[in-house]
Design a protein. Structure first.
Length: 67
């Protein structure tokens, strides 16, 4: 987070989706950063006390690509 961080726009896009799939090869950077930021959403709730991601589906796929 900080100057030049694209997370606010990415977060808006993620929260606007009903289904989210995070798929990445294991060698491509740090997918855990996205998962850590999504984990922070646990503390964000709507007017009824539900997580903002309530009623949405998600999957994570991390693959090991062997040449």
């Amino acid at each position: 987070m900080g100057d030049g961080d694209a997370w606010p726009e990415i977060r808006d896009t993620i929260l606007g989706c009903d289904i989210r799939i995070l798929s990445t090869p294991i060698w491509l950077g740090h997918p855990q950063r996205v998962l850590e930021r999504l984990n922070a959403e646990i503390s964000q709730t709507d007017d009824e006390g539900r997580m903002l991601t309530y009623g949405k589906a998600a999957a994570v796929c991390v693959v090991d690509v062997v040449p």
